[in-house]
Design a binder for this molecule. Structure first.
Ligand code: FMN
Length: 220
């Protein structure tokens, strides 16, 4: 099978979580003997070839990081170009799937984006072929390593091709996670998040406590 994967993160490839996920997914798809082409929207010069690849191939996967509850504007700009580029007669042949990932653990963080992507696929008159949705940042905090997580994306690469290039299988749904966090998960998340914020603040020369709120005393 021929598969086109589009990394829709605006982050440069070196720092992108989406890039790591796409690499793990694509490697396992290729190991199953399929032809896979990967493009990054952060590289503008790849756009033309990416559009042509979507035109040629029937199986398309967009890998999308959630930015402020929705897909990044770069992705929307690319979709506008795709809408002008893709002839009407080939659209119903296109199976479009999505790998959606975010930092915050609740599924509600990604729910709006997922609905939008399904609606968008229908508006394009293409075939909506499922979503693999997951929280990357929390998984990292919980496991302390990206290795297990990347192994999961490799596994789903194989399952995707086994299931006729769709994410319509029960494990994909289970991967999404809990709608609401348990108390333990919430505590773990806050601790991990504060740790990263502190590191970031220190790297940028900040010497004050994270919870410092000097603006509260401004009018006294
Ligand atoms: C500007 C911006 C907005 C974000 N908004 C959300 C959000 O609303 N919900 C969420 O769970 N994660 C949010 N995130 C976290 C990203 O979805 C997450 O870090 C993702 O793994 C980034 O992938 P990337 O490194 O490939 O861009 C946001 C990140 C950025 C930079």
């Amino acid at each position: 099978m021929h598969i086109t994967v589009i990394n829709a993160s605006p982050c440069s490839s070196v720092h992108s979580n989406t890039k790591m996920i796409v690499d793990a997914f694509a490697k396992s798809v290729a190991e199953c003997g399929h032809d896979i082409q990967v493009y990054s929207l952060s590289e503008r010069k790849q756009w033309k070839e990416a559009l042509e690849s979507i035109h040629t191939n029937e199986n398309i996967v967009f890998a999308i990081p959630v930015y402020v509850g929705i897909a990044p504007s770069l992705f929307k700009e690319f979709i506008e170009q795709l809408n002008s580029f893709l002839p009407a007669q080939v659209r119903p042949l296109k199976r479009i799937s999505f790998i959606v990932q975010s930092a915050f653990p609740e599924t509600t963080q990604r729910a709006c984006c997922e609905k939008y992507l399904q609606y968008l696929t229908q508006e394009l008159n293409c075939r909506f072929s499922g979503i693999l949705s997951h929280c990357v940042f929390y998984s990292f905090i919980e496991n302390g390593t990206f290795e297990n997580l990347m192994a999961a994306y490799s596994y789903f690469g194989k399952k995707y091709t086994d299931n006729d290039c769709t994410f319509f299988f029960s494990e994909a749904g289970d991967f999404n996670g809990a709608e609401i966090l348990t108390e333990r998960q919430a505590k773990l998340f806050v601790r991990g998040f504060n740790f990263l914020c502190r590191m970031n603040a220190q790297e940028n020369g900040c010497t004050r406590d994270l919870h410092d709120s000097p603006y509260e005393n401004l009018n006294q």
